[in-house]
Design a protein around this ligand. Structure first.
Ligand code: CA
Ligand code: ZN
Length: 301
């Protein structure tokens, strides 16, 4: 299995691919934490770091997927996320609703046997990928930002066992990922989860020539859902983007009218906040999830 270790700090059509994968291939991405592993102890805080375009949110990659062309969809099956034995949570003086007067603080969190220990509280981890996406066709987007290419979606459902569908915008797709959290709550209130280095095992494959405007996530099992992930500076625009895309996909799958689909979404779909550590300048990232309809699939290959 190929292991990807190179790190980049932006999604860019100009990034040099570090590996060419065949559709169906299984790969491992070795990722650093979002601080580029620089918070080496609780004595080092975010005030001691620059956290900018060239040192925050590294992502491993990019990987060129053979045969991927614009208007395809890259399908990423997340097989495993293996996290390091220690993660890091940190505050700063500008992130999230309680930023005022908040001191810079760093806390190390031990991970053992699938459990995290924070102070004297133990709870199960839920390793997830914060940053994942393909290169945009337009201007570069730094890894800390989110958009229709993916990026810093900070969606806690991007975890082991789920399948992610990413719009392909450039030849080869140029997949990259990083910013793993051992655990994170929806909204990521203080701006960090349990930030942690990881080894991510995925399978990449292609859905040829399928119109997709935003990243979609599929979960499995009896409670399986389809989620559209969308983002914008403000809630109104983000929720409109996600709802429009969900409506379009459902209408294509069911043949229902726009009004019927809207009503169905109103009674069955949930709007959930993924990343909302406002007033930080990072965009609001949210998702709309609709239970799977046994007879219809919005993304048929
Ligand atoms: Ca993040
Ligand atoms: Zn993070």
């Amino acid at each position: 299995m190929q292991v990807i270790t190179e790190q980049v700090y932006a999604f860019s059509k100009d990034n040099q691919p570090v590996y060419t994968a065949q559709p169906g291939e299984v790969l491992m991405f070795k990722t650093l934490d979002c601080f580029s592993n620089r918070l080496t102890s609780e004595e080092v805080t975010m005030a001691d770091l620059s956290y900018g375009y060239n040192d925050a949110n590294p992502a491993a990659g990019p990987v060129f997927v053979e045969g991927a062309v614009p208007d395809d969809v890259l399908v990423v099956d997340i097989f495993d996320i293996d996290v390091a034995p220690v993660g890091t949570v940190a505050t700063d003086d500008h992130c999230g609703p309680l930023f005022e007067g908040m001191p810079y603080q760093t806390k190390k969190v031990a991970i053992e046997g699938g459990m995290a220990t924070f102070n004297n509280v133990r709870f199960p981890i839920n390793p997830m990928i914060g940053v994942i996406g393909c290169a945009p066709s337009g201007p570069d987007v730094i890894d800390g930002y989110v958009g229709s290419h993916g990026g810093n979606m900070d969606c806690k459902l991007i975890t082991k066992g789920t399948r992610l569908y990413l719009p392909v915008r450039v030849e080869g797709a140029l997949l990259q990922m990083g910013d793993v959290h051992a655990a994170m709550g929806d909204g990521e209130l203080c701006g960090t989860g349990i930030e942690i280095p990881a080894e991510i095992t995925v399978r990449v494959s292609l859905l040829k020539n399928f119109e997709l405007h935003w990243p979609v996530l599929e979960t499995f099992g009896p409670a399986g859902k389809w989620y559209v992930n969308a983002s914008a500076q403000e809630y109104n625009e983000a929720v409109m983007c996600a709802a429009k895309e969900m409506q379009r996909l459902l209408m294509n799958a069911t043949g229902w009218s726009a009004a019927d689909t809207y009503m169905y979404m109103s009674i069955q779909s949930d709007v959930e906040i993924s990343q909302g550590c406002k007033p930080c300048e990072v965009q609001l990232s949210l998702r709309i999830g609709t239970p799977k309809l046994p007879e219809f699939s919005p993304l048929v290959g």
